[in-house]
Ligand binder design. Structure first.
Ligand SMILES: Nc1ncnc2c1ncn2[C@@H]1O[C@H](COP(=O)(O)OP(=O)(O)OP(=O)(O)O)[C@@H](O)[C@H]1O
Ligand SMILES: [Mg+2]
Length: 264
């Protein structure tokens, strides 16, 4: 018997009001994500990628449609009923500064998820907090002294590593990354991507990876989903979608990436 999907979303719609009418940021999207799967989400700017994943991790409510996480309907639940999702799903955004408390030292920021009542005691969650902090700092390429500093003392790329360390510290089952490596310089980006890949394979992490970088998506993900104007217009195994795109918008995305063209 096959395992139930970690995410199952049906007919998701998100409408934002605007002074002139409204925006259908997500206009009827249905998807299924298997546990342990690495799924890339690509599409032109404004196609609804961030809106979609924010709904999946219950940071935003759909206007209509239904989302199940690990078999349980999460649409309509109150924040205090979302503990199972909050403890198992972590998200890293493009601009980590907004999600890092400026008054907290980095060590405290990173280990905060380990202190959350939802996370504590869950199987597989590290219990030795100082040891885990040291380990995760090294994994993302930060030094142990960095733990005593404040977020503003770091560059954008370093802050992205802090956000990633925080996301990984409690060994989540699902990592959602929204342009989470784009601010990193090339060598650190490669290091962080390798780390994500390693953890994904070792811990059977489910990865939802939103990126404009199709080469990275091809390297990291097994399946890719292409969004346009709030809809999922194409999806399939990365090799298939990138070598035989069916949609013009997918062809345009691919044409913008020289590395992908050079390959075949
Ligand atoms: N909080 C909001 N209020 C109003 N409109 C929004 C809001 N968030 C997103 N939108 C609009 O919804 C549409 C989809 O935005 P979204 O951020 O999901 O796109 P995206 O695919 O993530 O784009 P990008 O690649 O630039 O990050 C856009 O037209 C955007 O302007
Ligand atoms: Mg976005």
């Amino acid at each position: 018997m096959s395992e139930q999907p970690i995410f199952l979303a049906k007919d998701l719609v998100k409408i934002y009001p605007r002074s002139t009418g409204q925006v259908r940021a997500v206009a009827g999207a249905s998807l299924e994500v298997a546990a342990g799967e690495r799924l890339g989400i690509v599409g032109e700017s404004g196609s609804g990628k961030s809106t979609l994943i924010r709904m999946l991790c219950a940071l935003s409510r759909p206007t209509s449609g239904e989302i199940k996480f690990a078999g349980q309907t999460i649409t309509g639940l109150k924040e205090k009923q979302l503990g199972h999702l909050r403890s198992r799903v972590q998200i890293v955004f493009q601009d980590p500064l907004s999600s890092l408390d400026p008054r907290m030292r980095v060590g405290k920021i990173i280990t905060e998820p380990l202190r959350s009542p939802w996370v504590r005691g869950r199987e597989g969650v590290p219990t030795d907090i100082p040891a885990r902090l040291k380990e995760v700092l090294a994994e993302v390429g930060l030094s142990s002294e960095d733990a005593d500093k404040y977020p503003h003392q770091f560059s954008g790329g370093q802050r992205q590593r802090i956000a990633l360390a925080r996301a990984l510290v409690a060994r989540p089952e699902v990592l959602i990354a929204d342009e989470a490596v784009s601010a990193l310089d090339v060598s650190v980006r490669a290091q962080v991507l390798n780390l994500i890949m390693q953890i994904a394979q070792r811990d059977n992490l489910t990865l939802l990876f939103v990126s404009h970088d199709l080469a990275v998506v091809r390297h990291l993900c097994q399946r890719v989903m292409v969004m346009r104007e709030g809809k999922i217009v194409e999806q399939g195994p990365v090799e298939q979608v990138f070598s035989h795109p069916r949609q013009d918008c997918t062809r345009e995305l691919i044409a913008a990436v020289p590395q992908l063209n050079l390959r075949s």
